[in-house]
Design a protein around this ligand. Structure first.
Ligand code: NCD
Length: 325
């Protein structure tokens, strides 16, 4: 436990760019901290909590569409007593006048204590974190990374399965462009899990990630169809990322290829946990929603709790000294 305490200290004033930047201890410490926030949330009813982040301001700069990530960050910050400013539509920011991301960050860091950034370009969050003197949290950079989604995914899996080690985890859908897949795969390398990747060949894992897995002896199994995946404890579904296809015709070819319904999931039995970062389009039939293992709405609800814990660890307590990050 002492180790975990040190691990929570490691978050103070820190940017969150990639799950690859976090150790197993740090990830577990965050999940433990999130559990403590869970008691504030009982079904639809929230009990008030100490205004720990009163006077702190979170900037949310969303250059790409978002519902869950932006609103759950905002909810988390407000519930901790802090405030939020930002934009959800880059067309109304000075980007539309030609301002660079670096200039935008240099300006906005003067207005807030931390920034959540979502941007269509891979590497944008890293650039912003290197530019800013305040913590930058990656809310998704192109098809690269979405680390806070991973933290809530891990929280949800651990809450439902009681553990992270010893699980068989299948990823299905857009493994190439799905940033949530990339972030969660990186983080799961810390755990004793069997990884299985289910998807069409032209949407398979990026080469770099595949090499990283191989370097850690964690290559996993790659199959095209769910019925060839063998036994699974967790099925992580993803939307085909239409907006990232250079050629729209390629999207048309695969858009209906991946869909699960109740009948397709029956062979895996009741123990199967079904996750999806949402939004779903047609890849998970609505008849799946009533299965006890369908966790995707639970998962989005957990986004607030995990982001509360993250903001508490990054911004809580004494104001981090500039340059400490
Ligand atoms: C995901 C994203 O933006 O990467 N959504 C989310 O943050 N929950 C998944 C997606 O858009 O398909």
């Amino acid at each position: 436990m002492a180790q975990n305490h040190d691990a929570t200290e490691a978050f103070r004033g820190r940017s969150v760019v990639s799950t690859a930047d976090f150790s197993k201890d740090e990830i577990l410490a965050l999940l433990d901290a999130a559990r403590a926030f869970d008691r504030y949330h009982d079904g639809p009813v929230w009990t008030p909590q100490p205004p720990e982040l009163q006077g702190r301001v979170l900037g949310t700069l969303f250059f790409e569409a978002s519902t869950r990530t932006r609103l759950s960050f905002e909810s988390a910050m407000l519930r901790l007593g802090g405030s939020v400013l930002g934009f959800a539509d880059a067309r109304i920011s000075s980007l539309s006048k030609g301002e660079s991301l670096v200039d935008t960050i240099k300006v906005v860091e003067g207005y807030c204590d931390a920034i959540v950034l979502r941007h269509p370009r891979e590497g944008a969050a890293r650039l912003a974190a290197e530019t800013a003197h305040i913590p930058v949290i990656n809310g998704g950079d192109g098809s690269n990374q979405h680390p806070t989604q991973t933290f809530l995914d891990l929280y949800t899996i651990r809450e439902a399965a009681g553990r992270l080690d010893g699980l068989k985890v299948g990823f299905m859908g857009d493994l190439r462009y799905g940033r949530t897949v990339h972030s969660l795969t990186e983080a799961l390398m810390h755990f004793d899990v069997d990884l299985k990747f289910i998807g069409p060949e032209n949407l398979s894992l990026p080469q770099e990630l595949r090499e990283h897995l191989a370097a850690h002896g964690r290559s996993g199994v790659e199959v095209e169809h769910l019925q060839d995946a063998g036994d699974l404890d967790v099925l992580y579904m993803t939307r085909i990322q239409a907006e990232r296809f250079p050629d729209p015709m390629d999207y048309e070819r695969v858009r209906h290829a991946y869909r699960v319904d109740r009948a397709a999931l029956e062979p895996f039995g009741e123990k199967l946990k079904i996750l999806h970062p949402l939004p779903r389009v047609n890849e998970v039939a609505h008849d799946v929603d009533d299965l006890p293992g369908a966790l995707y709405f639970r998962q989005s609800r957990n986004g607030v709790i995990v982001r509360m814990a993250l903001l508490h660890l990054i911004l809580g307590g004494a104001l981090p000294g500039r340059g400490d990050a």
